[in-house]
Design a protein around this ligand. Structure first.
Ligand code: SF4
Length: 350
């Protein structure tokens, strides 16, 4: 039913980026691995993916590449989906890199994905704490560039220096046809910490979203493809500001999992959501091993998630105040009796 499923590998990232809240959970991630809880969560992911058979699976972290059993986990996932988008920070030493079992990864299914948060060596120390140098980072990118797998780099369009960043990337990495350029509105990690930056860059984003291809051409990203991704899909929402016409609210596009706060007590508890732009505080809870997996699909149609569209982070870029128009539209959002009827679940699981 969902075209995309996102899962989180709970293995510590060695970077310490200032914008990222995830590395603060490293001790918890380690504990969950030591107690076998992470393993139970990975088994659950594979079960869900084998049932839903999504077009693409997104694997984030932590740092998935550093999980010692990542090759086995990805092989299991690869049996049920044609494409695995694996997110990496490219922040590890050359010695650590040698320990990654790249030869056992299902490379024909993998797209290595990364969002450079300012591809700029001058800002690197301040943004990352310089745990690994900019040169080490670029060296890792070049290493993975040579692997027979696809790579996608998502640059952030609300940066003033977006064009310069893309140009520098081309100079240092010389991407070939195995690369794709993706575009993203903002680095929206970190519990909504970017709210001020969203408001500040609203005009720039609206201007740029209307000319994405031209923007990429101006950065001379010529021979390599641009991925027409979620930003293209979401662009109309910026103009009409009507959540009832949002692709994520209207039909089941995506199911995404992340660790829930309750996991701090050493329990396999996840949070799941149906779009990337919900306020960080919102998500349905799922207790692995206790809850019925059918509720993952059921709640898309019957759960209350659309009520939270009023706090949509993407709509912070909407050119006009949402005001009463949005509230009216929210009442019209699809429900089980509305326009979005549940399709038959894969394998008759409903
Ligand atoms: S929160 Fe925003 S992006 Fe998500 S379903 Fe609602 S309107 Fe769409």
């Amino acid at each position: 039913m969902f075209r995309f499923v996102r899962v989180q590998v709970l293995y510590p990232c060695q970077g310490r980026c200032s914008w990222c809240a995830t590395h603060r959970r490293n001790p918890l991630f380690l504990r969950l691995h030591e107690r076998g809880i992470a393993g139970a969560i990975y088994d659950f992911y594979v079960d869900v993916i084998s049932r839903l058979r999504p077009k693409e699976v997104f694997v984030s972290g932590g740092e998935p590449l550093l999980y010692p059993e990542i090759a086995e986990l990805l092989q299991r996932i690869a049996r049920h989906t044609p494409q695995i988008n694996l997110f990496t920070s490219y922040q590890f030493s050359a010695t650590t890199r040698q320990g990654i079992a790249v030869d056992r990864l299902p490379l024909d299914r993998i797209v290595f994905c990364h969002t450079p948060i300012y591809f700029d060596p001058r800002r690197w120390p301040e943004l990352t704490g310089d745990v690994f140098s900019f040169d080490e980072y670029v060296d890792n990118i070049r290493f993975f560039a040579r692997l027979p797998a696809r790579k996608r780099f998502k640059f952030i369009i609300n940066h003033d220096d977006f064009v310069d960043e893309v140009r520098l990337f081309q100079q240092l990495v010389t991407p070939d046809r195995s690369f794709q350029l993706g575009l993203k509105v903002i680095n929206d990690q970190g519990d909504g910490l970017m709210r001020r930056s969203m408001e500040r860059t609203r005009d720039l984003v609206n201007e740029r979203v209307a000319m994405l291809d031209a923007l990429v051409r101006s950065a001379s990203w010529g021979s390599v493809g641009r991925k027409a991704g979620s930003l293209d899909q979401m662009a109309p929402l910026l103009h009409h500001g009507d959540p009832s016409r949002c692709v994520f609210a209207h039909s089941p596009v995506e199911l995404r999992f992340a660790l829930d706060r309750k996991a701090r007590r050493g329990r396999p508890v996840l949070r799941y959501r149906y779009c990337p732009y919900f306020p960080p505080s919102f998500g349905h809870r799922f207790h692995v091993g206790r809850d019925d997996p059918a509720k993952l699909e059921r709640n898309y149609f019957r759960g209350p998630f659309r009520r939270h569209c009023a706090d949509c982070r993407f709509l912070r870029y909407h050119a006009h105040d949402l005001g009463s128009r949005s509230r009216t539209s929210l009442a019209d959002l699809p429900s089980p009796s509305g326009p979005a009827r549940p399709p038959a679940a894969p394998g008759g699981a409903r």
